[in-house]
Design a protein around this ligand. Structure first.
Ligand SMILES: [Zn+2]
Length: 297
């Protein structure tokens, strides 16, 4: 959900640097020989990516007759990404690009790996291509699995290409309950077409963002409950609203569509929350401990 700049390196950088660290002479030469094919595939990717058409790239079993998908996977894992290899700094450069190490796919968890947007098992010619390599947390990486999009709508968001605009589109809704119930919905921005709207919803579902954000919001509310009760005691509902408004503006300045921005906007705009909901955060339903019912009899 966070946009990233295109990597400042190309497939020629990763392929040749990777090949320079391969001591198996035939394998290194086969990789160098595959470079024109890999570059051709990279050019197609760069042409189709900005218009959301990567699903049109055909899968393949091999890069060249000498390098099948399995060998390309070995080259990626055992040579390109291997600690101490000449190409590892390029791997790290891609992996460490996001600010504060935040996964661009969920915007919340910490980057732990690199995800192949088009999976390496089915698109071996893009295995070492930087623009296909997305920094990701392990959860997002696992959730995506090796699935490949078959149409425009089924494509998850691509941090190097998709720009969801700064218009507000992630909305938190607050339901009166004790403790307050928070849910998140997507309100399509004006500039989105039907395909982008479907892709954002698909991305949310695949990455499990609704559950993630609901859990984070509950934790955030628990964190701020004492402070809100103090503010409420001193300034009432208007004091609460003014405080939440400041929190919203501060988060909006960094990211207009983070779950925190949406949460504080939703809290600020909820008359119920500002008047009394804030005092219900710690009001958890009582759960009887095992055996307690017996004592009560
Ligand atoms: Zn993630």
């Amino acid at each position: 959900m966070k946009r990233l700049d295109l990597p400042p390196i190309q497939a020629s950088d990763t392929v040749l640097t990777c090949a320079s660290g391969i001591t198996i002479v035939d394998r290194a030469q086969a990789l160098v020989d595959a470079l024109p094919t890999i570059q051709q595939s990279e050019a197609e990717y760069l042409e189709l990516g900005p218009t959301g058409q990567l699903y049109r790239i055909a899968p393949s079993d091999s890069v060249t007759p000498a390098i099948n998908a399995n060998l390309m996977g070995i080259i990626y894992k055992s040579h390109f990404a291997r600690q101490g290899s000449p190409s590892r700094p390029l791997y790290d450069q891609i992996k460490m690009a996001p600010e504060f190490g935040a996964c661009p796919l969920c915007g919340q968890r910490i980057v732990a790996t690199i995800d192949h947007y088009l999976p390496q098992t089915r698109f071996p010619t893009l295995n070492l291509t930087p623009v296909n390599l997305i920094p990701a947390c392990s959860d997002c990486n696992k959730r995506k699995l090796a699935s490949a999009p078959t149409n425009a709508e089924s494509q998850t968001l691509h941090p190097y290409f998709d720009n969801l605009s700064d218009e507000r589109w992630l909305v938190a809704e607050i339901q009166p309950s004790a403790p307050p119930t928070v849910s998140f919905t997507i309100r399509p921005a004006g500039a989105w077409d039907a395909v982008l709207t479907a892709r954002v919803r698909n991305h949310f579902q695949v990455m499990g963002l609704e559950e993630l954000y609901v859990a984070q919001a509950a934790s955030e509310l628990a964190d701020i409950s004492y402070a809100l009760e103090e503010i409420g005691a001193a300034g009432g509902a208007e004091g609460i609203r003014a405080h939440l408004s400041g929190q919203f503006r501060s988060r909006h300045a960094r990211d207009p569509n983070s779950w925190k921005t949406a949460l504080y906007e939703g809290l600020r705009d909820s008359d119920w929350f500002c008047a009394e909901g804030y005092s219900q955060i710690r009001n958890r339903p009582q759960v009887n401990a095992p055996g307690e019912a017996l004592h009560a009899v």
